[in-house]
Design a protein around this ligand. Structure first.
Ligand code: KG4
Ligand code: ZN
Length: 333
């Protein structure tokens, strides 16, 4: 039996979850809307809001799971990668909490956790499988051999897929984070209305910075003739941009699946909430006889449930860390 409390604070969501014997019984997420005004996450503001939110979020999670803190068996936390100031709040709290309650500490890599979110609910993937992890800071194709035996076989050389969404949204005067808004407008537009080139990158790697630039130049050119081009064509622009990003992402996944002879394919991270990506992956599953794993929406963007499930699998192996542990903004995969 094990009851694990997990803390996620790597970016702009303060989240706490409880995992009771492998089952998630609470997953509280406090979003930080303050960053909308700035067009991106302001690290110092994020740290301060984590500091304000952490105690109420912990308390709510304990209430939701109907658990007394004396019943906890371990404290798991995101060690990195992420914003250092944000991580410091979660890591310091986790250490103090564990010290006060005399509990073991479990360190979790945020990028592993996005993938391990697939082990929260059924159907769970079996090893080995390939996972496309697409978030605001990362774009990776990962060969997952076991819970903590993972290898990055392809990744972005510049911007992440989430950044491509967010930066395009900024060009289109949409607030941060723009990914979900592009998704919303894309549903009403024609994905083939405008065409943006596919980057020619070798192997299983990606590049998204060129796409962003070509969108920017395209919009500027159109605006010379029609200053209302964005307003009049927003749905079509969003649908076309989303179509390009999804096409680029899945083309390399197809290549990886062929190269590794693997037909079990998962997606993870914030961008895996994108409806175009989810639909196209489902279509490819039919076409290529893949078994695909698409996370529930609540487990796509940052959440502590994924940290809790990763923590549970480390708890089973008694993989604990000492009180001298510190956060890492960049963390080895
Ligand atoms: O995993 P996540 O919550 O945080 C990081 O670890 O980065 O991912 C956030 C990213 C943002 O770039 C956001 O715009 C994007 O995920 N995102 C989406 C959607 N929902 C979130 N992008 C496209 N379509 C969505 N529906
Ligand atoms: Zn994330």
């Amino acid at each position: 039996m094990s009851v694990i409390l997990a803390i996620e604070s790597s970016c702009d969501e303060t989240s706490v979850a409880i995992c009771n014997n492998g089952k998630i019984t609470a997953n509280v997420i406090a979003n930080q809307t303050i960053h909308e005004n700035y067009g991106g996450v302001i690290p110092e503001l994020a740290s301060r809001v984590h500091q304000q939110n952490i105690v109420p979020v912990i308390q709510q999670a304990l209430i939701d799971a109907k658990v007394n803190k004396k019943e906890l068996d371990a404290v798991a936390f995101t060690r990195g990668p992420g914003l250092l100031g944000s991580l410091l709040v979660g890591v310091s709290f986790a250490k103090s909490f564990a010290l006060a309650l005399d509990l073991p500490l479990i360190s979790v890599n945020h990028m592993h956790a996005h993938i391990l979110a697939h082990f929260i609910d059924d159907p769970k993937p079996s090893f080995p499988f390939l996972c496309l992890t697409v978030s605001g800071g990362h774009t990776q194709i990962v060969l997952v051999k076991d819970y903590f035996d993972m290898e990055i076989v392809g990744e972005t050389l510049d911007d992440a897929a989430g950044e491509a969404f967010d930066k395009t949204a900024k060009i289109l005067n949409l607030p941060y984070p723009g990914g979900p808004l592009i998704d919303k407008h894309a549903k009403l537009g024609n994905p083939l209305a405008f065409k943006f080139g596919e980057p020619q990158i070798k192997d299983l790697n990606y590049s998204f910075s060129g796409l962003k630039t070509s969108i920017l130049y395209f919009i500027r050119k159109q605006e010379l003739e029609n200053p209302d081009f964005i307003i009049e064509n927003l749905d079509d622009i969003c649908a076309s941009v989303q179509h390009s990003i999804v096409y680029i992402l899945l083309n390399k996944v197809k290549k990886a699946a062929k190269q590794y002879g693997i037909k079990d394919i998962a997606i993870a991270g914030g961008v895996s909430a994108n409806s175009g990506l989810r639909a196209e992956l489902t279509r490819l599953a039919e076409e290529l006889d893949w078994k695909v794993y698409i996370p529930a929406f609540e487990y796509c963007t940052d959440n502590a449930a994924m940290i809790a499930i990763a923590g549970y699998h480390k708890y089973l192996k008694k993989d604990f860390v000492g009180q001298d542990v510190s956060p890492m903004s960049r963390m080895e995969f």
